[in-house]
Design a protein around this ligand. Structure first.
Ligand SMILES: [Zn+2]
Ligand SMILES: [Zn+2]
Length: 139
């Protein structure tokens, strides 16, 4: 598939990359129909937010259509049209249940104090590929 890939400061390219696959029972694969460019993407391009790794797909926000869901996903089905916000959350911790998804205790593999997880960012933000792509894995 085609995706916008970060290579180095000031060097992003439209590359051919492998399509994402389900890695966790709570994942969905979404076919992106529209994605956005936001100010955080620009931090990575110009180097005002550190820690990006070559090969990371950029992009925080998108809309699309669910293509496939993991076996534990109960609230989405293939064919559903979805909005994908920038932050990733578990949906079940106390912060998520209170609506504070960016404060999720479980989304970041670095632990509850590791900070917000978002698409298309550095390893410290979860190391997830972003949404400026034809398909994305959505935890
Ligand atoms: Zn954003
Ligand atoms: Zn949570």
């Amino acid at each position: 598939m085609k995706a916008v890939v970060w290579h180095a400061l000031g060097d992003i390219r439209l590359d051919d990359v492998p399509e994402p696959t389900i890695k966790d029972p709570y994942d969905a694969i979404v076919r992106i129909t529209t994605s956005a460019i936001c100010g955080t993407d620009l931090h990575f391009v110009r180097g005002t937010m550190p820690g990006m790794q070559e090969g990371r797909i950029l992009g925080h926000e998108a809309v699309g259509v669910v293509e496939e869901v993991g076996p534990e996903v109960r609230n989405l089905r293939p064919g559903d049209r979805v909005v994908v916000p920038s932050t990733v959350a578990c949906g079940t911790c106390s912060y998520c249940r209170a609506g504070y998804y960016a404060q999720c205790d479980n989304a970041n593999p670095g632990g509850p104090r590791a900070g917000t997880v978002f698409f298309g960012g550095p390893e410290a933000a979860g190391g997830l590929d972003g949404l400026q792509a034809e398909y994305a894995r959505i935890p």
